[in-house]
Design a protein around this ligand. Structure first.
Ligand code: FRU
Length: 450
């Protein structure tokens, strides 16, 4: 069965992981991503590229970044973008492997997962983000005074309120705990080490750090390796608090998962000024991890629907951008023929049972609410597939009056409680396209087809 989602971005073919270089540049949104053009497994990392006018409908563009020199000869790993003087600047991790082996898909990968040398490369686009000129040698090469010699990567560049630029890198303190490395620059060309923050609370090494401010809160979104359970070690989290950049002390006021089902990894944010709304917006896109493709499908990996980021009651929340609501095509009336394309919203009233992606025998993805225990259970045991990366079943605390939003998109569902207080996503292999829902069990129910 063809299971390509309609709204969740997927590559035309082959493997995709992290979103990279997210930005609004020259009137378009740009989504770059970790891409293997040669196979449906991880490896041979390029930057794939897509553009959009509304963040919802994406056009596939040519590959934006290939490995082609002694510093990135085995891959262009993750990185970020910033606009300066009309040009788009990106910073990414170039890698060279110490020894290569060929995996079962005949893709060259590092023989030892810890056997490669990274560096941070600056590249500039003068044609609106379609092609890039690399500046070599790399702006930041390995300096073991400050960083690990292997696991330091994923530069996120941003402009500070004081007018200078910062890069934050994910690092490991010798496989014991994770750290952030900060570099600073006045012109994006020369960079100097600024400081380091480490913590032994969140696994052994950090990937894809993103550091930004919302309403006077400092927020770190990152993917700490080894911070989860034995079975699900690598997760995505946020920390919220105040960073003292004089002595690199991060005072953490709250922390949480980006996604309760642990399916999202390596999310990245960007900010831009929205002329229509007359305000700065911060948007996040995450990779919905797929370990393997669905049977008979030529893509592996999806992106979340872009989400607005905000902080409320000390909680970092993410919720689908308003633009997504333009895709609502009116009320969905036929629950037995939904094509699995719908957007549901309601308020919790009483106990309820909902089954999605269901066949006529009512097997599918189950949502069950137990009012006595204030517990929402989401269980995909009957619609799971063998490339699923997150949890089969989760339980979320929720109470009467809470808002629920469920966006179903062919083979993936994103579920939001209280406009992003809790979020979870699930890739599924549908048994059918029926919805079983009892309107009387819910308040303020709306179901739109999309
Ligand atoms: C996260 C990650 C990054 C790295 C990239 C390589 O998923 O491991 O740390 O840059 O993927 O594809």
């Amino acid at each position: 069965m063809k299971l390509r989602p309609k709204y969740h971005f997927t590559p035309k073919s082959n493997w995709m992981n992290d979103p990279n270089g997210l930005c609004y540049h020259n009137g378009l949104f740009h989504l770059y991503y970790q891409y293997n053009p040669f196979g449906i497994c991880w490896g041979c990392m390029h930057w794939g590229h897509a553009t959009s006018k509304d963040m919802i409908n994406w056009n596939h563009e040519d590959i934006a970044l290939k490995y082609d020199n002694e510093y990135d000869k085995d891959g262009c790993f993750s990185g970020s973008a910033i606009e300066k003087d009309g040009k788009l600047h990106i910073f990414y991790t170039g890698v060279k492997y110490h020894k290569i082996k060929y995996n079962e898909y005949n893709i060259p990968v590092q023989d030892d997962p810890n056997g490669f040398t990274p560096c941070q490369i600056h590249a500039i686009s003068e044609d609106g983000g379609y092609t890039f000129k690399k500046i070599l040698p790399p702006v930041i090469e390995i300096d073991t005074r400050y960083m690990h010699d292997v696991h330091v990567r994923d530069p996120k560049v941003f402009k500070t309120k004081n007018g200078f630029y910062r890069i934050v890198l994910g690092n490991t303190e010798n496989y014991k705990n994770g750290s952030l490395i900060f570099y600073k620059s006045n012109d994006l060309n020369t960079w100097e080490f600024e400081g380091k923050w480490e913590s032994n609370e969140f696994g052994w090494g950090w990937e894809c750090p993103d550091f930004f401010e919302i309403d006077n809160n400092d927020v770190l979104v990152f993917s700490p390796m080894g911070a989860g359970s034995k079975e699900y070690p690598n997760i995505s989290m946020y920390l919220l608090g105040k960073m003292d950049f004089n002595n690199f002390n991060f005072n953490i006021a709250n922390k949480g998962l980006i996604d309760d089902s642990l399916e999202i990894y390596a999310p990245q944010t960007f900010n831009y000024y929205d002329d229509k709304q007359n305000k700065e917006r911060r948007i996040i896109i995450g990779w919905i991890r797929m370990i393997k493709p669905f049977d008979d499908n030529e893509f592996c990996g999806m992106m979340t629907i872009p989400r607005e980021c905000f902080v409320e009651n000390n909680v970092f929340k993410t919720y689908p951008v308003k633009e997504f609501e333009n895709e609502r095509k009116g009320a969905l009336n036929d629950f037995n023929n939904t094509k699995n394309l719908y957007d549901i919203e309601f308020k919790i009233k009483d106990n309820f049972d909902i089954t999605l992606f269901a066949d006529s025998s009512k097997k599918g993805l189950y949502l069950n609410y137990d009012k006595n225990n204030s517990l929402l259970t989401i269980d995909r045991k009957d619609v799971k597939y063998n490339g699923m990366s997150g949890l089969e079943k989760i339980e979320i605390k929720a109470k009467s009056g809470d808002d629920v939003r469920i966006i179903s998109d062919i083979s993936v569902v994103e579920i939001f409680i209280n406009r992003g207080e809790k979020t979870s996503s699930f890739t599924v292999s549908p048994l059918g396209d029926n919805i079983f829902i009892n309107k009387n069990e819910l308040n303020n129910l709306n179901i739109y087809s999309i």
